[in-house]
Design a protein around this ligand. Sequence first.
Ligand SMILES: Nc1ncnc2c1ncn2[C@@H]1O[C@H](COP(=O)(O)OP(=O)(O)OP(=O)(O)O)[C@@H](O)[C@H]1O
Ligand SMILES: [Mg+2]
Length: 255
Amino acid sequence: MSEAETVAADSGGERFDGPTIELRRVRKEYESGAGTVVALDDVDFGVQPGEFVAVVGPSGSGKSTLLNVLGLLDTPTSGLRLLRGRDVTSLDDEARTRARKDAIGFVFQDFFLIPSLTATENVELPTLFGDDPTATDRARDLLRRVGLGDRLDHTPNQLSGGQKQRVAIARALVNEPAVVLADEPTGNLDSDTGAQVLEEFRRICETGVSVVAVTHDPLVTEYADRTVELVDGRLGGVDDRHRSRPRPRPREADE
Ligand SMILES: Nc1ncnc2c1ncn2[C@@H]1O[C@H](COP(=O)(O)OP(=O)(O)OP(=O)(O)O)[C@@H](O)[C@H]1O
Ligand SMILES: [Mg+2]
């Protein structure tokens, strides 16, 4: 078995009780002409299964860096990174890609849908290298789940902003990830549409998937279980107010 397959086998399937994804004393430095930039400064961060965490902080505080490190797109300078308890701090490219595809879904502010493909084809896209005959059915099921059962064959230009983001969420879920990472997922949406997308994230959490959303949008923190703040690469200001508050109701309540 290759290293990549070992990671895939170990990170899938079996039950693990701890955090879905965890950083321990993670530091991320960038070298630039002007010297070393410390983008993440000894960050400890973990997300439990089914937990929705919002990450806020000023521009340049390290939010995108945090998502990239969590999403195995970038490697920490030092510290430890664990995915379902397995050390994934520094994998080779192939193992990293494999672990990412197996465990992590991404949602971005700009949706990043392929304009010439239908909603179903866009959702299927991350499975194409997997040669999976059930991919189309899975894509359609996911689109129905996010309320787009009547838009399966529409292309992105025939969809509203909120519908596009829900296609992007379905795409993030198609490989059954353990965690969904979102960078400003409501950044291009009005508040009503943003609320629909956030309800979608809540429903995802109810299935045991973890969600981490980086955001400037106060509405996201209303839906999150927990909000953390990054300032100059340091994580702090844990805000637990929302735990004691009634959560916005999922969609079933207003149907
Ligand atoms: N590839 C890179 N090379 C050098 N410095 C970088 C690189 N990427 C990020 N940085 C620096 O690291 C720090 C954190 O950047 P990051 O993009 O994580 O911030 P952010 O919180 O996402 O900001 P924003 O809210 O503006 O998106 C910044 O000082 C940034 O200039
Ligand atoms: Mg950013």
